[in-house]
Design a binder for this molecule. Structure first.
Ligand SMILES: *Cc1c(COP(=O)(O)O)cnc(C)c1O
Length: 386
């Protein structure tokens, strides 16, 4: 059976050039980068080159990139790192209701430890209002954390405006940029954010590697204590293979971002227009224009998205309902609920996230397949009267 992968926001396949780049480190070069002998040197240099590649991709200085184990760790490190840098003080954190669980649940945890948090609402398109950020700042506010691109809807937040407010008020600003990397240009110096989280497996590197940008001068506590790796900022023998892969993936993304994004956006537009033409009662969730080029979030009224997901899987099409992180639960998406989308429409929301592997032909196949599957499921729905 043919398979079509439309779940690139959950994870991406490893790029063939990335797989090629890590071969020597699977076979010959096995050293510990901290070792002073030849085996250590063999991996230390490529390790540091990969850090340069990541820094170059996001407009950071090399010394501002801390390598982590994943995007979730980066978010934990940033938020707990600021929270506990204040000694015994228990400050206030501002975030949004549509963050990834790796931000939301860190803030909720810190609330159990005596910190306080404000979860800002979003409008119907999924945007945080920068004026709400301004109003939420208190004397004891230590951190603002608002994501760049939402993983479920693809909506892009007004990050530069929020960064300006944070800077004016002297509050540290962190942004989860895991979904933005490789899809839209990121120039951290120009954006004015203080910390930003990234993950390798969303940009065609393997799972289990991430990075945290920490602007020079920002002091944060360590998350993992131990050896002196990462200039004493993150203990643990370095994931050489992971970082070489992540560096290569950033290098490729840097070269191909314009071309890839334009092509993928074209595919997404065709998919959206094709579905709207062929299927009634479909609603696009998220911002119509201020969004990632690859992500579609659609509510197919009168259908449970789980049934649609399973039926499409049987036709070889991989999509997601809500986000990978909340699947397994039948809870409606916290992102769509925060946008004020009515419960039944949240329950029928499907995410289709395209990537560099997708082709015109796959869009054709999806457009041939989806209308029939939707019609069949609707014909079984007691709510559908047409
Ligand atoms: C995937 C994702 C993460 C988590 O990254 P991992 O490397 O899987 O831990 C964090 N934030 C967003 C927005 C994501 O999409």
């Amino acid at each position: 059976m043919r398979t079509v992968y439309f779940d690139n926001n959950a994870t991406t396949p490893v790029h063939p050039e990335v797989a090629e780049a890590i071969q020597p480190f699977l076979r010959e070069f096995f050293g510990n980068p901290s070792s002073l002998h030849f085996a250590g040197r063999d991996v230390k240099v490529p390790y540091e080159k990969a850090r340069e590649q990541i820094a170059a991709m996001v407009g950071a200085k090399v010394g501002e990139i801390v390598i982590t184990g994943c995007g979730s760790e980066s978010n934990n490190h940033a938020i707990k790192g600021i929270a506990y840098a204040g000694g015994g003080k228990r400050g206030h954190i501002i975030t949004s209701q549509v963050e990834h669980p790796a931000v939301l649940n860190v803030c909720r945890y810190l609330e159990t430890q005596g910190f306080s948090a404000t979860y800002l609402p979003v409008d119907g398109l999924g945007l945080v209002d920068p004026d709400d950020v301004k109003r939420a700042i208190r004397k004891d506010t230590i951190l603002i954390s608002v994501m760049y691109a939402n993983n479920e809807t693809g909506t892009l937040m007004p990050i530069a405006d929020i960064a300006r407010i944070a800077r004016d008020r002297g509050v540290v600003f962190h942004s989860d940029m895991v979904q933005a990397l490789g899809k839209v240009d990121i120039d951290l110096a120009a954006l004015g954010v203080d910390m930003a989280s990234f993950s390798g497996h969303k940009v065609y590197a393997p799972k289990g590697i991430g990075a945290l940008y920490v602007r020079g001068g920002i002091e944060i506590d360590n998350l993992i204590h131990g050896g002196h790796q990462e200039s004493g900022r993150r203990a643990g023998t370095e994931n050489v293979i992971g970082i070489v892969a992540f560096g290569a993936a950033c290098d490729i993304a840097g070269r191909e971002i314009k071309k890839d994004s334009a092509r993928i956006e074209g595919l997404r537009r065709r998919l959206l227009e094709g579905i709207l033409e062929r299927v009634d009662d479909v609603r696009l969730n998220g911002h119509p224009t201020q969004r990632l080029p690859n992500t579609l979030n659609l509510s197919f009224e009168f259908i449970e998205s789980e049934s649609l997901l399973v039926a499409l899987d049987m036709k070889g099409i991989a999509v997601s309902s809500g986000s990978a992180c909340s699947s397994g639960s039948t809870e409606p998406s916290h992102v769509l609920l925060a946008m004020g989308i009515p419960g039944p429409l949240c329950q029928s929301a499907l995410r289709l996230s395209l990537g560099r592997g997708n082709t015109e032909e796959e869009i054709d196949y999806a457009l041939e397949t989806i209308p029939g599957v939707v019609a069949r499921l609707r014909s079984m729905s007691p709510f559908y009267k047409k």
